[in-house]
Design a protein around this ligand. Structure first.
Ligand SMILES: Cc1cc2nc3c(=O)[nH]c(=O)nc-3n(C[C@H](O)[C@H](O)[C@H](O)COP(=O)(O)OP(=O)(O)OC[C@H]3O[C@@H](n4cnc5c(N)ncnc54)[C@H](O)[C@@H]3O)c2cc1C
Length: 323
């Protein structure tokens, strides 16, 4: 563990792999640590990514790993990082296969999602039900759409989906709708079903929402839709932001500048865990994971180049002409 790698990249999703590609092309040494769990695991197909629209997320990762594998200075390790400590120039990365040293760290560990407490939601999430209109909205086009979540989610999704779905039905599912929101939903011609949702079921042409309509027979009613958008909650998938003491936003995202720099020198973040200070919330999409991965890789390369120039001025610099 004596050798210090230029960068440890924690996460082998699109953000981490793109950062690795950028660093590999600039002949900087990097290790990518990948624990093998990806945010879009529930989805068979990925959308809104040029040249990959409708392809599987696994296919993208396989192709990206092959790209990265062509650069000798980058290593891909299937390992989970347990702890990171240290400072710019010397971070210690602890994993189940050993300890590693790195001069910089890129956090690309993403978020972990918690689905609402609705029976069977796990079996439909990522296909007949989803959380993101940019990823799945078009797949529900021209059919009735169910929206499940609290008021602010319902009105936001209604505005986004009104040109796409044939009709919209909102299920606050126990949440209180304030009058302004109810009024706006009404103006958007959104039906509101107050009955609690008791289950979701995949059917051939969409999804059945099972509600408790309070009938005397206590039989649940079934309402059929082309798809459903549901509100989910997300928290950071790994504890490293906390371990390193970087500044995070209210959403739990690590605050970064456009080059992926966090509030701690030498620590960068990319992908769904990164929250660019210029946007109201972190972007959660493969395109932005790739873009921010490239930005963080570029940020690290710039930092290393600046460090080299400074060391030349102070007389401590050394340039390896064979490298
Ligand atoms: C159901 C669903 C469908 C989606 N569909 C789309 C879509 O169609 N289009 C789209 O653009 N976006 C989609 N998304 C969003 C997309 O999944 C994310 O934006 C994207 O995966 C973010 O990339 P990432 O590299 O930041 O994180 P991820 O792809 O989640 O990768 C995180 C990486 O970090 C690793 N990791 C975490 N902790 C550790 C640790 N301690 N040690 C080592 N490794 C660690 C994981 O193993 C993984 O390699 C979808 C999301 C969901 C939930």
């Amino acid at each position: 563990m004596n050798e210090i790698t230029d960068v440890a990249i924690i996460g082998g999703g699109p953000a981490g792999l793109q950062a690795a590609l950028t660093l590999g092309r600039m002949h900087r040494t990097a290790i990518v640590f990948d624990s093998g769990s990806y945010r879009n695991d529930p989805a068979d197909a990925m959308h809104n990514l040029i040249a990959h629209d409708g392809h599987s997320p696994a296919e993208l990762r396989t192709a990206a790993r092959a790209d990265v594998g062509r650069y000798d200075t980058v290593r891909l390790l299937d390992a989970t990082v347990q702890r990171i400590r240290g400072e710019r120039g010397r971070f210690e990365i602890e994993t189940e296969i050993g300890r590693f040293l790195a001069g910089r760290v890129i956090l690309a560990t993403s978020m972990r999602d918690t689905l609402p407490d609705i029976p069977q939601i796990g079996s439909v999430f990522g296909s007949a039900a989803a959380h993101c209109p940019f990823c799945h909205g078009h797949e529900y086009a021209g059919r009735p759409l169910a929206l499940i979540g609290p008021g602010p989610f319902l009105e936001h999704m209604s505005a986004l989906m009104s040109p796409i779905a044939s009709s919209l039905t909102a299920f606050p599912n126990g949440a209180q709708l304030d009058t302004d929101i109810a009024h706006r939903l009404d103006r958007l011609r959104v039906d509101i079903v107050e009955d609690p949702v008791r289950g979701l079921e995949d059917v051939a042409d969409g999804i059945d929402i099972i509600v408790d309509d309070g009938s005397a027979a206590h039989e649940n009613a079934r309402l059929r839709f082309g798809g459903a958008l549901v509100k989910i909650d997300s928290t950071p998938a790994a504890p490293h932001a906390e371990q390193l003491g970087v500044e995070v936003s209210e959403t739990g995202g690590v605050l970064v500048d456009p080059l992926g720099r966090t509030s701690v020198a030498g620590v960068y973040a990319a992908g769904d865990i990164a929250h660019n200070r210029g946007t109201p919330a972190p972007m959660s999409a493969v395109w932005s994971a790739i873009a921010t991965g490239a930005a963080a890789g570029t940020g690290v390369v710039k930092d290393l180049a600046d460090e080299l120039l400074t060391s030349l001025d102070t007389g401590t610099g050394h340039v390896d002409a064979s490298a």
